[in-house]
Design a protein. Structure first.
Length: 126
């Protein structure tokens, strides 16, 4: 089976990177050095000739002050149809939301335990 590839999405990723490169003080060479690739490879990414790897998302977003979510979503569209990327995105969002709810509940339980211990200590000291 041939892997899914979307050249229009690759071009869009390149446009995002190029727009932020122009805003930043970084050159193609600086970004290439940061990612450990050649200057030519950056040109290929920016022009959409090569697909931008997911593992480059975080360092690129940080270096160019790009919203990581926007960049990762655009990168995923190079490799998967929109419906699949949306399903992946929804699953990740649900997972993060559930983790956040769980950790908030965990914090509330710990605070309640602290309050109970303080109350017991006060009763003993009376």
């Amino acid at each position: 089976m041939t892997p899914y590839r979307n050249p229009h999405a690759a071009l869009r990723v390149g446009q995002i990177i190029e727009a932020h490169l122009k805003k930043s003080e970084l050159s193609y060479r600086d970004l290439a050095h940061l990612l450990g690739v050649s200057d030519t490879k950056i040109v290929y990414f920016v022009t959409g000739r090569h697909y931008f790897p997911v593992e480059f998302a975080k360092p690129t977003a940080e270096a160019l002050a790009i919203d990581q979510g926007e960049l990762i979503y655009s990168i995923l569209l190079q490799y998967f149809p929109t419906t699949e990327v949306d399903a992946i995105w929804a699953s990740i969002a649900t997972h993060i939301f559930d983790q956040h709810k769980f950790s908030e509940g965990d914090t509330d339980d710990k605070e309640q335990e602290k309050q109970n211990k303080k109350g017991k200590k006060r009763k003993k000291s009376r």
